[in-house]
Design a protein around this ligand. Structure first.
Ligand code: G6P
Length: 604
């Protein structure tokens, strides 16, 4: 949610700043801007609304700049208008901000009394004026920055330049991610590693209450008391091609196809001949996890859907009881915790504000332990959690999550086996089922041309229903979410048995009903539910490996490969991802950057 990128260099960085910012576009694309200082110590600012490409036209109005900050916005306070676009400026100060300043009204009132005129509707603008106010008082940027953030309530990652100190960038962070990357004669601030990968693999994370001063030569990290901190420099193994399209038209398409390799790598890394390899969740965890009697899953969005699948897996194979809650609810609820309950949060980004506050809450409650299943190694969630399992799916750029979902499912399947072992789950059979993913996934990708054809039948629809039962119900939820997110078609998911309790009223000959129907012990029941749709002339799209007759033109059967029930959720979501993708293409929406959404939701 909002992306920040800044460079302090010896060379001109005008174009580099723009191209790096584009790598952060998935974090927000309501408006964007750049502020940079040229050799004559003058600060130059360009801004534009809409996607970052709109900024390109203004790029040529910038002279060569050597120190600069940039921002791509996901609007929270104030519409996506030019006046609300970052960087915000006050005197010699320009700032970019990610997060939310909860007490901005109080600060506004204070600033107005000090004769500052505020021109935007944002919470962020106050930061610029506050720093300017403090800088004018002490003439010391470090002190001015610390003094200013001391009065901020909420979350922030801030990048600041001051035209009086033309070769420096200052940064501060609390509750919003910010990294400092170290290059050759150049140093960077960024919301994540993606914009700097062409230049360096080395970075450090700015923790809560930490500050940084960067020049092209040096990075100094300090705390509120101006004490210099020694930070661990991390070397990422993420490569630039992982954040590039590599011939695909969209990141979503690329990421759907990456699933094969990611799942295969996870299998090679964690799955032995007849059992899982020992302690894959960290040293001593097999023993720890074998004692778990209850699991509380907490997550948001797609990650929440993954937790619903895990709940089903665990409850099917053990006597462990599980709850799965969306984080925005969990943090406001009274939580009853029985002995030996494990808290598990799931997050692709590791920066989702609701999940972070749920994890913070869980740590204060009486859980046996907290486990995070996450895709980003150096994230707030991995830092806060006692146990961490990294999905290692590589950066996910498309806002609509695909490869993160299936790698979360794979991780959770491993987790389910480990916690269910003592309950006599058939590990050998489960392992052999997992090993089939690789082969089956190829047959699923071969369905793409057929799915592309079917997608035209959704293009002009306003509403759709998705049905599933048992382990397929969370897949119906996730498939409906995918369609909503990127094609803007309303999609509701139901347990197929719930159809007759309300949603059947919506079914008429125009209503597409998508059903996930693996050939298992529930199949007959789902077929009767579908008969209820067909009797009302609803149009059904059935993803199934069961041999069912195609009674009429209103029944569309997408023949799925045979697949063990255990791995159905991992494999059945893939054609649904492709379906949403092709519907969105036909509707000409911005597939990777759907309207109003952000990849990483860092505000509550
Ligand atoms: C946003 C994204 C979703 C994601 C959800 C949770 O809404 O658009 O794709 O599922 O946040 O994010 P997390 O990073 O915690 O998995």
């Amino acid at each position: 949610m909002c992306g920040i990128y800044g460079i302090a260099s010896r060379k001109s960085i005008t174009n580099k700043l723009f191209h790096g910012l584009k790598k952060l576009e998935y974090r927000g694309y309501d408006s964007s801007g750049i502020a940079g200082i040229s050799q004559d110590r003058k600060c130059h600012v360009i801004k534009s609304t809409g996607p970052i490409n709109n900024l390109k036209k203004r790029l040529k109005t910038l002279p060569n700049i050597f120190t600069g900050i940039s921002h791509t916005r996901w609007a929270t306070h104030g519409e996506p208008l030019l006046k609300n676009t970052h960087p915000h400026h006050s005197g010699s100060i320009n700032i970019v901000h990610n997060g939310i300043i909860e007490n901005h009204e109080d600060i506004r009132n204070f600033l107005k009394k000090k004769k500052y005129s505020l021109t935007s509707d944002t919470d962020s603008e106050v930061i610029a004026h506050l720093i300017n106010y403090n800088y004018k008082k002490c003439n010391d940027m470090r002190l001015a920055l610390v003094g200013s953030v001391n009065v901020l309530e909420g979350s922030y990652a801030i990048g600041v330049i001051n035209s009086n100190l033309p070769d420096k960038i200052f940064a501060a962070s609390s509750g919003s991610p910010l990294i400092i990357a170290k290059g050759k004669n150049e140093n960077y601030i960024a919301s994540d590693i993606s914009p700097v990968l062409n230049d360096t693999q080395k970075y450090l994370t700015l923790g809560d209450g930490e500050f940084a001063e960067l020049s092209s030569e040096k990075v100094i990290v300090f705390d509120k008391k101006s004490k210099i901190l020694t930070k661990k420099v991390i070397t990422t193994n993420i490569k630039d091609e992982q954040v590039s399209l590599m011939g695909h038209k969209h990141f979503m398409h690329k990421e759907i196809y990456e699933q094969k390799e990611i799942l295969n790598e996870m299998k090679n890394r964690y799955v032995g001949h007849t059992s899982l390899l020992p302690n894959i969740f960290g040293p001593g965890t097999d023993n720890l996890l074998s004692k778990i009697k209850h699991v509380h899953f907490v997550a948001c969005g797609t990650s929440y859907h993954a937790s619903l699948v895990a709940k089903d897996w665990i409850e099917q194979h053990s006597t462990i009881t599980c709850t799965a809650e969306v984080a925005s609810e969990y943090k406001y609820k009274k939580i009853n915790i029985l002995p030996d309950t494990l808290f598990v949060c799931i997050s692709q980004s590791g920066e989702t504000a609701d999940t972070i506050s749920s994890l913070k809450k869980a740590k204060k409650l009486g859980y046996k332990d907290t486990l995070a299943i996450c895709n980003v190694a150096e994230s707030t969630i991995t830092r806060l959690s006692n146990l961490v399992f990294l999905m290692n799916a590589g950066p996910e750029i498309s806002v609509a999550s695909t490869k993160a979902f299936t790698s979360q499912l794979f991780s959770l399947l491993l987790f389910s086996i480990i916690v269910s072992r003592k309950h006599g789950c058939a590990e050998r059979k489960m392992v052999s089922d997992i090993k089939q993913i690789d082969k089956i996934i190829n047959s699923i990708f071969r369905l793409e041309p057929e799915i592309k054809k079917i997608s035209s039948k959704f293009k002009n629809k306003d509403h759709t229903l998705f049905l599933g039962k048992g382990g397929s119900y969370p897949i119906a939820l996730e498939a409906a979410l995918k369609l909503k997110e990127i094609s803007y078609i309303h999609a509701s998911a139901y347990h197929s048995g719930e159809l007759k309790h309300g949603p059947l009223a919506l079914v008429d000959k125009k209503m597409p009903v998508v059903c996930f129907l693996p050939d298992n012990y529930l199949a007959k029941l789902v077929l009767s539910n579908l008969a209820e749709v067909e009797a009302r002339q609803g149009q059904t799209f059935i993803f199934t490996n069961k041999k069912i007759p195609r009674k009429n033109k209103k029944v569309e059967i997408i023949k799925m490969p045979d697949c063990p029930d255990l791995i159905v959720p991992i494999l059945y979501i893939i054609p649904a991802q492709l379906l949403s993708y092709h519907v969105a293409l036909k509707k000409k929406t911005d597939v990777d950057k759907p309207r109003n959404l952000a990849k990483s939701v860092t505000v509550e």
